[in-house]
Design a protein around this ligand. Structure first.
Ligand SMILES: *Cc1c(COP(=O)(O)O)cnc(C)c1O
Length: 368
């Protein structure tokens, strides 16, 4: 594993960016991307003014798709697409392509994003919510549930960005699996070929906002009766090599750079080790610091989004102010969950976590 530095910006010194998304990217990616805006690869042209049908961009798209295949170790049935829109577009595009009107899709309801995916799927067919942690404020991942064999597919959100829970074990089912991996894709080693469709908005672990990564098993397509609008039909995107129309050129380019960076870091195995270490350091502090408490079931804790509260709510604002002075940004919890959330995506270096932990310790010395 190579060491890497975090981006430093601003006049106050190193910034430690825990934003949930869009979020931190490797410093090297920011540098290369900004250079490419001015003069791409000494072409005298900006990446923003290059035709998407030129060999220049074709190479970028080809490399991005190949890197995804390699990093995720995908088999040959799986196609890699970079599509417009955020993950929210996939909430509808998935059922539009996979679910007939009278058929049922099984869903796990593990957070705000899962609930939104459920809402959209209902526009296209029936939805069976086979498990939910909603009643408990989405603080755990359901364990005991059955997925009906006659459902068309089973949808999970592998990491629940808002609440800080993550499926540590991918459930084994006999029907196709669909996953929203927006906030933990490429952060840990799982068998990605277990899924027939994976989607992820790029702005957390892959690159810049404005593009979705979609990995789809081509064998499950073409089985619905409805007429799918051209741009919504995955098969058309596969046929055209993810260039059906003008792709989000810059967002794809930034994704390619980030994927390249990940490969140079040692790939998913290496980043997983680092992510485990970062999460362990922060959870250890949460568990041992008398001021703070983790908000979700320990066995379901996310290694990407660490959610916690301060026990005495009266000093919450003071803690936020205190962290700001140390150049820590983005740790305020989602408006639906409250408290704090520190997002530890791939590009966040361990040093950032250590700074946060030191600040928590220092704050505890003052207030307890
Ligand atoms: C951020 C996020 C989304 C939403 O992505 P958009 O690109 O804003 O549509 C969906 N699902 C999960 C798990 C997310 O973390």
């Amino acid at each position: 594993m190579k060491s890497y530095s975090s981006p430093f910006r601003g006049t106050g010194g190193m910034i430690h960016n825990f934003n949930a998304g869009p979020s931190i990217l490797p410093k090297q990616v920011f540098e290369e991307a900004s250079q490419a805006v001015l003069n791409y690869n000494d072409t005298g042209l900006s990446i923003l003014e290059i035709g998407h049908r030129t060999p220049i961009f074709q190479n970028i798209m080809d490399e991005a798709r190949a890197l995804v295949k390699e990093l995720m170790q995908l088999d040959n049935d799986r196609e890699v697409l970079f599509l417009h829109g955020g993950a929210s577009t996939q909430f509808m595009q998935v059922p539009m392509n996979l679910l007939n009107e009278k058929e049922t899709a099984a869903f796990s309801d593990t957070g705000i994003w899962a609930a939104k995916a459920i809402k959209e799927a209902k526009l296209f067919g029936n939805v069976d919510i086979v498990c939910s942690s909603k009643e408990s404020g989405y603080t755990f991942i359901p364990k005991d549930f059955a997925v009906p064999n006659d459902a068309k597919y089973f949808h999970i959100t592998t990491n629940n960005t808002v609440y800080g829970t993550q499926w540590q074990n991918i459930p084994k089912v006999s029907i196709p699996m669909v996953a929203d991996m927006s906030s933990d894709i490429l952060s840990r080693q799982i068998n990605f070929n277990l899924f027939d469709l994976i989607y992820a908005g790029a702005q957390k672990n892959i690159g810049a906002a404005g593009v979705n990564l979609v990995v789809v098993n081509k064998n499950i397509l073409g089985k619905v009766k409805r007429t799918i609008p051209t741009i919504m039909d995955y098969r058309n995107h596969i046929k055209e090599g993810s260039m059906l129309n003008t792709p989000p050129v810059f967002a794809v380019y930034v994704s390619m750079l980030t994927l390249r960076w990940l490969k140079n870091m040692g790939g998913v195995d290496a980043i997983e080790k680092l992510n485990n270490e970062k999460a362990a350091v922060l959870y250890n502090e949460i568990d041992n610091n008398p001021l703070f408490t983790g908000t979700v079931a320990k066995e379901d804790r996310s290694k990407m989004n660490v959610c916690f509260v301060i026990n005495d709510k009266d000093i919450e604002e003071q803690f936020l102010e205190f962290t700001k002075k140390q150049n820590i940004v983005g740790i305020k919890g989602h408006r639906a969950a409250g408290g704090f959330r520190a997002s530890l995506y791939n590009a966040l270096p361990l040093t950032g976590v250590q700074v946060l932990v030191d600040v928590m310790k220092e704050f505890a010395n003052k207030f307890s």
